[in-house]
Write a protein that binds this ligand. Structure first.
Ligand code: AQP
Length: 331
């Protein structure tokens, strides 16, 4: 039987190999069996300042990338979060269900707030909006990278709390995470996760990077002190991260890579890794170029918003009734 999947990505920058390997690639695999809803979460993006015209461009770029990596709009619903106002409405209701203490414990908030003079209230309540995104669609599974695990756990707690207070309303979702690749690390610092909004572009491979840029970034990626290619995340985090990227991109095991590069040093390994990434990303980039500007993305998003709004409204009608809210316009 088909099951409901929901996930989203923020249009906060160019999508990285981390976003792709940890999340986006799973979206494509899941659409075979799942009834999937995939979202460009633009309301989440504005929890930090965004340039309006750049934001709009990135929304279309990201949705185009969804299509370019193989999401099929006949099988999955693709839409933009702000096109379905139920996200904001349920987000507010769930803000009234989540506790300040719970939000204060979120490591992503702490990381993003660190060193800033001011942070928005939206950044703090971000997990309530994320819970709304997921719960609106009666989602049973959420494919995400490791950094979203804590938010998912909070989503489950909020769903259980709501259900126990108001009666069964939401499906309680399960997190789906890869064993390897759920946390791809930065190329310049293996202690930090690869991130699309990291100010240093050398820290990440972007899916739309040119072959030249990919080769340069991989050749400059930090390595560990000895010259051995071994998988040891604790003692050799940089090379282990490159091995994970290689293994997932080329679809070969880490053990076979370690055997292949025994005694060969970092130069040959990095050159082959860059070739593998370029070969993997070239068809995606070609497809992206073909779709961008054709009008397909906009059509898909228009249709997706209508489908998602209808689905979300079913949940919202129940939520409003359970909570005891308004309802006069609709009666
Ligand atoms: N480094 C990563 N490795 C594996 N998965 C990752 N994800 C993010 N970084 C990695 C997963 O990508 C999905 C989309 O992420 P997001 O756009 O919702 O925001 P994020 O998790 O905060 O990702 P970024 O790239 O670091 O964005 P910014 O810089 O805007 O904060 C999620 O499933 C995430 O787990």
């Amino acid at each position: 039987m088909s099951y409901r999947v929901f996930s989203g990505i923020q249009p906060t920058g160019q999508i990285t190999l981390g976003n792709y390997l940890g999340a986006l690639r799973q979206f494509v695999a899941l659409q075979q069996d799942a009834d999937a809803f995939y979202c460009v979460v633009d309301l989440h993006a504005i929890t930090v300042a965004q340039d309006p015209s750049l934001l709009r461009e990135r929304i279309v770029d990201l949705a185009t990338l969804y299509l370019a990596v193989g999401l099929n709009p006949q099988k999955s619903t693709l839409f933009v979060q702000s096109d379905v106002s139920a996200h904001s409405e349920l987000g507010w209701i769930l803000q009234c269900m989540v506790h300040m203490g719970e939000l204060s414990r979120m490591t992503q908030f702490k990381e993003k707030a660190e060193g800033k003079d001011t942070v928005t209230a939206g950044l703090f309540t971000y997990p309530a909006l994320m819970a709304a995104d997921i719960l609106l669609y009666q989602t049973s599974r959420v494919p995400v990278g490791d950094d979203q695990k804590q938010h998912l756990e909070l989503t489950r707690d909020i769903a259980l709390r709501f259900n126990s207070r108001f009666g069964e309303t939401f499906a309680v979702p399960e997190v789906m995470m890869l064993k390897e690749g759920a946390r791809i690390m930065s190329l310049d610092d293996p202690a930090k996760k690869m991130s699309k909004s990291n100010p240093n572009p050398q820290s990440r491979i972007e899916i739309l990077d040119s072959p030249d840029d990919i080769r340069k970034k991989i050749s400059r990626a930090v390595t560990d002190s000895d010259r051995e290619i071994r998988f040891a995340p604790q003692t050799k985090p940089a090379v282990s991260n490159l091995l994970v990227i290689y293994s997932l991109t080329a679809d070969v095991t880490i053990d076979s890579l370690v055997a292949q590069y025994e005694g060969k040093g970092y130069g040959a390994f990095k050159k082959d890794l860059a070739d593998v990434i370029v070969a993997h990303l070239t068809p995606i980039q070609e497809k992206h170029r073909e779709i961008r500007g054709s009008g397909l993305t906009e059509d898909v998003l228009r249709q997706g918003a209508a489908t998602a709004a209808q689905e979300a409204e079913e949940t919202m009608a129940l939520v409003r009734e359970r909570v005891g809210l308004g309802g006069f316009r609709r009666r």
